[in-house]
Design a protein around this ligand. Sequence first.
Ligand code: FEO
Length: 400
Amino acid sequence: MHNVVNMCDDVYWVGTNDRKTDRFENMWPLDRGVSYNSYLIIDEKVAVIDTVEFGTHSSYLDKIQDMLGDKKVDYIVINHMEPDHSGSLKVLLTNYPEAKIVGNKKTFAMIKGFYKIDHNFYEIAEGDELDLGKHKLTFATIPMVHWPESMVTYDKTTKILFSNDAFGTFGALDGGIFDDELDIDFYEDEMRRYYSNIVGKYGAQVQNAFKKLAGLEIKCIAPSHGPIWRTQIERVMKHYDAWSKFEPEDEGVVVVYGTMYGNTAKSANAVARQLAKEGIKNIRVYDASKTHMSYIIRDIWKYKGLIIGSCAYNSSVYPPIEALLAELKLYGVKNKYLGVFGTYAWSGGGMKAIKEFGEGMRGIEVVGEPIDVFCSPTPEDYTKVEAIAIEMANRLKSER
Ligand code: FEO
């Protein structure tokens, strides 16, 4: 059977790769695509764990039908209702009308809402066991990782944790399905981007999920996006633990700026150069108009240092920077040092907005003296801008 991967015993990956969609949630770039992982357990009873996005359902259905032949699907487990996973539920149910939909109370309300399906519900509660024959499935809710109804399914027989969004990554599966078959660094980076962009707001809930799943013997984590983790379980667990606590991974600084005519960029470049002179090696400089905030947020998660600059725009902050600040506020980003600079020609507003953002966020400390440059930096302005970099570097180095 092509494009179906046997994971172990009678458990199969039957997911799909999406290399056509430009944006995940119509917002986050998918340069290297994304996978929608669905799993099939063929036992005395047949269970499908999660489905795939609707647009990829044709090849998905082919795989399931080819694998099952005359067999029927007995259960469709819906770990998460976001349509990238539940989008093919209707198609599956049309082809297997007797299949029971396994979910919790919150799942079913959303199924009715999204798909107008109000039958075949098989409600499970925390800790219930679903007996497939050899395989025994149990369930644990993990609210807000990533929606309120989110849950994980655990196969007691194989010790596979079907974790849905948790431990998922952007990036289609380009041949390799398991972590030991592919370029781990790429997917690790895409996991960081998926976590920060999609799950980032729910760090406390991730910690609660960790507590709930503690003690479970896990031989394999099978998420709903990206690689199946079977050799790097400890590594991805450590990442999730750190990311959900906003713990920086490395010493480094993200410098992000908004500029119309390049004058604010001059300060950004000076700041970056000074950071390098102070011995900071990981420096990421981004023009917020050019680079999608998805990547900027990913790196903000990684490093403790953040320096933001903006020109004034209509007496306020430049819109791409405003959008970034709003997103960081929404996530409740913390454990950061923040440097602030701006440029103005008449009323100002850019620097002020960033400064107010930093002062209003618990867990963000503004370091150095924010500076608003008139039109284009003078030598004196450069000295003040560089002073922010020096202060930032000193603070970071003091934590070595
Ligand atoms: Fe992959 Fe929350 O959906």
